[in-house]
Design a protein around this ligand. Structure first.
Ligand code: SF4
Length: 321
């Protein structure tokens, strides 16, 4: 039986249609249990028209991640999706701002199933033939694998579109995740020092990673890097392909084993095969060297110096091209 307070809300069956109605319902404090959603044909007048909303100072903010998932869920065909979306939105604002991290929650699971966003990889998010700026904007909304869920943001490549040299690492680290730029943490410090020593101007290089979201486990207050799985590497691959297609570099440098395997294949042995140019379909001169973080992981100063020397040696070859 429908309670006295039940509201039937008619919406155009689009994310924007739902969003406009949801804003009005939230403003009026209508709980999800009191709403029945009804889809109307596009062009018909919806029952609730929201005024344009300017967030009030201090207003509760909906996590960006929710908006990304909600957009995907809105394109599903299940008529219950509007209710699911509003329930989750309500709970995010009234119960738990971190609700989406609770994978076991039935509502979150339902939402994720509607969005069907995991396991599809980045391909549906990559605009075909796009330039770097458009790719970067699209990558910010990528939910092609589960890594976006716990990371702060997508860390897309940085550098000029006409860069002659592209360098590819594995994935962003803790600092990169927070700042939204690649190679800006401790490994980035080693990287910058090495570039300066060999005379490469970072401003003229394009620097990116095979995987665009930070993968980590939490240990106390620290976030410890985890190596991405093959499924995550595969999922994220379309972004790297699109970056390389847009830039068409003359020289491609793989930093570390993950990048080297992504470009040269699984049989590549970094310490044996590094420091030699080969032609690949991405660049006429492709080479691999150590990841700068490997230098930091050296057991003692002597080993760190030796590893740094290897990195310099290989980057000198790149600078000499
Ligand atoms: S890691 Fe790559 S594929 Fe996965 S969500 Fe991030 S950008 Fe998308």
């Amino acid at each position: 039986m429908v309670g006295a307070a039940m509201r039937t809300v008619e919406i155009a069956p689009t994310f924007e249609g739902w969003q406009a109605a949801a804003r009005t319902l939230l403003r009026e404090g209508v709980p999800p249990a009191d709403v029945r959603w009804r889809e109307i044909a596009t062009g018909q007048q919806p029952s609730l028209i929201a005024e344009p909303v300017t967030p009030a100072p201090g207003a509760v903010r909906v996590p960006r991640q929710f908006l990304d998932i909600a957009r995907l869920a809105a394109s599903a065909s299940d008529p219950a999706r509007w209710q699911v979306l509003y329930e989750i939105l309500w709970r995010l604002l009234h119960e738990n701002h971190d609700l989406l991290k609770t994978d076991a929650d039935p509502g979150v699971r339902r939402l994720n199933a509607l969005a069907k966003r995991e396991g599809e990889g980045a391909a549906p998010f990559v605009p075909p033939g796009a330039g770097l700026a458009e790719l970067r904007a699209a990558a910010a909304r990528c939910t092609g694998c589960e890594l976006y869920r716990h990371a702060t943001q997508t860390v897309f490549g940085r550098g000029p579109a006409d860069a002659r040299i592209v360098l590819v690492g594995e994935q962003p680290g803790d600092q990169e995740d927070l700042k939204g730029a690649p190679f800006v943490g401790p490994a980035g410090g080693v990287f910058d020092r090495a570039l300066t020593e060999v005379g490469l101007d970072r401003e003229r290089l394009y620097v990116t990673n095979v995987v665009k979201h930070f993968k980590f486990v939490e240990r106390g207050k620290r976030r410890i890097h985890q190596t991405p799985r093959m499924s995550e590497l595969t999922a994220c691959r379309p972004w790297l392909e699109a970056e390389l297609a847009a830039i068409k570099p003359g020289v491609l440098v793989c930093l570390g084993a993950t990048a080297a395997h992504a470009i040269f294949g699984p049989d590549f042995r970094l310490m044996q095969d590094r420091g030699r140019f080969a032609a690949t379909r991405w660049a006429p001169r492709t080479i691999a060297t150590l990841h700068p973080s490997a230098v930091l992981r050296g057991e003692d100063e002597a080993q760190q110096a030796r590893l740094y020397g290897i990195l310099l040696e290989d980057l000198r070859l790149v600078a000499g091209v």
